[in-house]
Ligand binder design. Structure first.
Ligand code: CMC
Length: 396
């Protein structure tokens, strides 16, 4: 290809250097700033994880408190965001709403365009992490036609989100600690994942020097797709579909359809571009999934039984074994979210909420990299050779 390498889908191109997340797809290893995900998920909470991803080190107790206090001070969004939200159809998909709301924040924080100012970069990071749960909950309440719940700063990050989602002004709300921990774990496991499609989108977008809120909105838009963050929603829709056609008895038929060379049906929540042996996040999410199903007495619910049977059948099937297709984190995160009462259409928005810290950390890392340049991929041109324009009367 002459001067450049043709690499569709960037299967073998490193677009940047990064010190944030390390993945070894063959070993099934994921490290945030050097720490294994299984240690972080068990020993740290999401606030500590955010601090680690943003600043490179785990916080001590004092640093953690100062960071959490700072985040909680920024959880409210400008009242005018409500008017912007009202412009959407009431049944608008939360990811459509979130893309708009996050982008709109650029207008509320115009100074954030000064991306070369470290203070501006830092406050934008804090604002984004703090306000994402508020925006996702607002999108949900708008769908429901219920009043928005303002954030409460005496609650944990996850519990505050739960309250904004599920409380009403009419009654007290006590967050269930099992659900709080499950959500916190979902957030930890989705916090960063090196140069995936949405993170690469954020970097490419921000490489022009645009406003960070606009760049993160681009990440939200990219994440929406079913091959990326939309997989958890697509997975639940797939389970609902099999359930509607007859449930467990129809799994064989569904698997045959997936295996059919002429069909484009995929087993959603299975397979990964990088993890070819197993997804370490999936193992942790699977644990949480069983904890939640036990705590809520849902193990015998037909949909969850179906999911567990489908997982078992696929893991023993040659088609999946040969192609090294294992459940990914989204297979279980969808099931957990469904069990704790998150509507399916909000699954990807929760993924966006959790990934925001990774996006903004990657964006800030890029802006401080002396080698950073505006992203400008090349192409392999396959169109017409040079030709001359004919007068309109002579065109065929
Ligand atoms: N179900 C059935 N067959 C599959 C699947 C699947 N989920 N995934 C891959 N294959 C087959 C594919 O048909 C191909 O077979 P063949 O060699 O016979 O043509 C082979 O496996 C390789 O597939 P590929 O598309 O080249 O693999 P990839 O590495 O480009 O794709 C993937 C990775 C995640 C897009 C894909 O596995 C997929 O579509 N999975 C379902 C969607 C999903 O769960 N996505 C979430 C990913 S994890 C969350 C995140 O990081 O965003």
């Amino acid at each position: 290809t002459g001067k450049f390498t043709y690499d569709p889908g960037f299967l073998s191109t490193a677009s940047c250097s990064s010190a944030i997340t390390y993945i070894d797809g063959d070993k099934g290893e994921l490290l945030y700033r050097g720490y294994p995900i299984d240690q972080i998920a068990v020993q740290c909470d999401y606030m500590e994880t955010c601090y680690l991803i943003l600043y490179g080190e785990l916080p001590n107790a004092e640093q953690k408190k100062a960071f959490s206090d700072r985040v909680t001070q920024h959880t409210m969004v400008h009242e005018q965001m409500q008017f912007f939200l009202r412009g959407f159809r009431r049944d608008a998909h939360p990811m459509a709403v979130l893309t708009g709301l996050v982008g709109a924040m650029s207008a509320f924080y115009p100074d954030s365009i000064n991306v070369n100012d470290p203070e501006q970069r830092d406050i934008s990071a804090i604002r984004l992490i703090a306000k994402m749960p508020t925006l996702v909950a607002m999108a949900y309440k708008y769908n429901q036609g219920q009043p928005y719940m303002y954030p409460r700063n005496d609650l944990s990050y996850a519990a505050n989100f739960m309250r904004m989602m599920w409380a009403t002004p009419c009654e007290d709300y006590v967050p269930n600690p099992v659900i709080e921990r499950a959500l916190d774990r979902i957030f930890i496991l989705h916090a960063d994942h090196e140069q995936n499609a949405s993170t690469s989108t954020v970097r490419l977008c921000a490489s022009s020097g645009t406003n960070p809120f606009a760049a993160i909105a681009a990440g939200v838009a990219c994440l929406w797709g079913p091959a990326h963050g939309g997989a958890n929603e697509a997975c639940l829709n797939m389970l609902d579909d099999i359930q509607a056609k007859g449930g467990v008895a129809k799994i064989g038929e569904f698997i045959s359809e997936v295996k059919d060379k002429n069909s484009s049906v995929r087993l959603m929540g299975f397979g990964h571009r990088v993890y070819k042996n197993y997804d370490p996040r999936a193992k942790l999410m699977r644990e949480t999934c069983h904890e939640v199903l036990d705590a809520l007495g849902l193990h015998n619910d037909p949909l969850f039984k179906l999911a567990m049977t489908l997982e078992k059948i696929a893991l023993e099937d040659d088609y999946f074994i040969q192609r090294k297709l294992y459940p990914n984190v989204d297979f279980y995160s969808g099931i957990v979210q469904k069990a704790i009462g998150v509507p399916v259409s909000l699954f990807t928005a929760n993924f966006a909420l959790a990934r925001t810290v990774g996006w903004i950390a990657q964006l800030n890392e890029m802006l401080t990299d002396p080698e950073y340049k505006i992203g400008r991929p090349r192409q392999l041109f396959t169109g017409s050779v040079r030709r001359d324009v004919k007068p309109i009367a002579e065109r065929g």
